[in-house]
Design a protein around this ligand. Sequence first.
Ligand SMILES: [Zn+2]
Ligand SMILES: [Zn+2]
Ligand SMILES: [Zn+2]
Length: 333
Amino acid sequence: MPELRKDPIIGRWVIIAAERGKRPTDFKGQFAGPSGKFCPFCAGHEDKTPPEIMSYREPGTERNKPGWRLRVVPNKFPALQIEGNLDKRGVGIYDRMNGVGAHEVIIETPEHHLNITELPAAHIEEVLWAYRDRLTDLKRDRRFTFAMVFKNVGVVAGASLEHTHSQIIVLPTVPRTVRDEMRGGRSFYDFRGRCIFCDMIEQELECGDRVVLDGEGFVAFEPYAARFPFETWILPKRHASHFETIERRSVAELAYCLRTTLQKLEKALSNPAYNYMVHSTPFDVGPIDHYHWHIEIIPRLTKVAGFEWGTGFYINPVPPERAAEFLRQTQVG
Ligand SMILES: [Zn+2]
Ligand SMILES: [Zn+2]
Ligand SMILES: [Zn+2]
């Protein structure tokens, strides 16, 4: 019997309808191998990207030259422009503002042929630390209120270059998804006096059915009202509203949790295309008790079609309990 489940944070209903006779492995990915095309992110091609904003590199090596382990550059085709003011105004019943923001690319390694999951844990730590460094810096620009850190892997997931990279888009406004989550967190907090994400972690760990990985400082689980097959969230066990306040020690724990979770997804689903997104509290809000930063991982196994577009309802053909069980059983590294 299909089941309707409500996401407790934003109140979105999801249809969980296990497709009869299908096993979790029937939802396989389509991540293509290397194309052999020229790559501007490879070592030695530093002059093919805009000049670097930041890099982690070997001592004695020059900016925009080889010798780096990780590089951050402006996106060559940015969604938003860094220069200018917002010029917010109304046009009759409509509202508009200038497309001011930042769009940066984090090139995670000089090696072309490595996936993020093939990088040593210590290197993934550096990737996460780079997120933190960039957010801390971008936060100083008072025009910006929100930063979205995300990663697209595979063409289906929107990656235009195969060389492993993440992106940061900084916005002058808080996006709807995060606003809705914050509003949900706020009303739960007003009612219960606790963080809904902290409560969720406690309940998930106690129940265990949807847990993928119970790590040192982090937990990975399939949300109760998962929109997509194998949708997986990673949260710090200890409450924190802003990703950029993370400490170095926690970054090591997060690197392990993220790497293992992604490795499990890759192995279980034969290298699916996927996206992950970091949801964190806006820059202009201080530390708060009702919103808890987290990473959402969405493997791209199904297509969003007319019903979803028209209703905002998602139909998930793999119950999250089954997906979690399958991922727990998938041995990696
Ligand atoms: Zn490359
Ligand atoms: Zn919390
Ligand atoms: Zn979220």
